[in-house]
Write a protein that binds this ligand. Sequence first.
Ligand code: URA
Length: 234
Amino acid sequence: MRLDKFISKATELSRKEAKKVLHAREITVNDEIIKDGSVHVDVLNDEVMWAGEPLSVATGSRYLLLYKPEGFECTLKPKEYPIVTELIAVPELESLRIAGRLDVDTTGALILSDDGRWLHRVTSPKHLHEKVYELTLAESMDADEQAHAIKKVAQGILLDGDYEPTKPATLEFIDDTHARLILTEGKYHQVKRMMGYFGNKVIELHRASIGGITLDGLEKGESRFLTAEEIARF
Ligand code: URA
């Protein structure tokens, strides 16, 4: 399928708008920036990303929640580790795409589907779906440092290499080294980079929920289909 057609099928963009995001260098195919909409993509095997988030066109409609353990990659082309889809027992795994990847060492809620438009709604910051992260910090933060971080996170931070600050988010401290961060977007390594901004390091990271969907009832490595009510939330 032509790349511009693929983008408009996978998103809510018209073909004309798809051309604009291509020209803005926001689209990668297998990690390479592609500006030419006439390039042919293999809908099952090529990894097309828009601003770092995977795009796919619907080939069926399956909606899954996986409790991702550490040591698994959220990619179609694994480098060092097994990929998360190896944990799921459904046919045509190749057509599943992930909404909001997690790092190899991050655990928690991962949503997968083969419905591209729906996946886009899950991840798009426009829709403000909350992702709740629980984190452990390497260095403890005292009351003043915590208050400063809470205020900055609520205002938005300009992270190294980004053109736009992070969207206003909520940071809550449980104690000096444990916190909860609630985001409505998903920039590359966002949680780790945000805490890095305060000179700290995240040593454990867990995504507890996406759009209010929690991991209740699932053990690490287990998955389940989303209910109709959960699907309709996005
Ligand atoms: N932010 C990160 O830094 N890593 C993740 O895995 C998810 C969010």
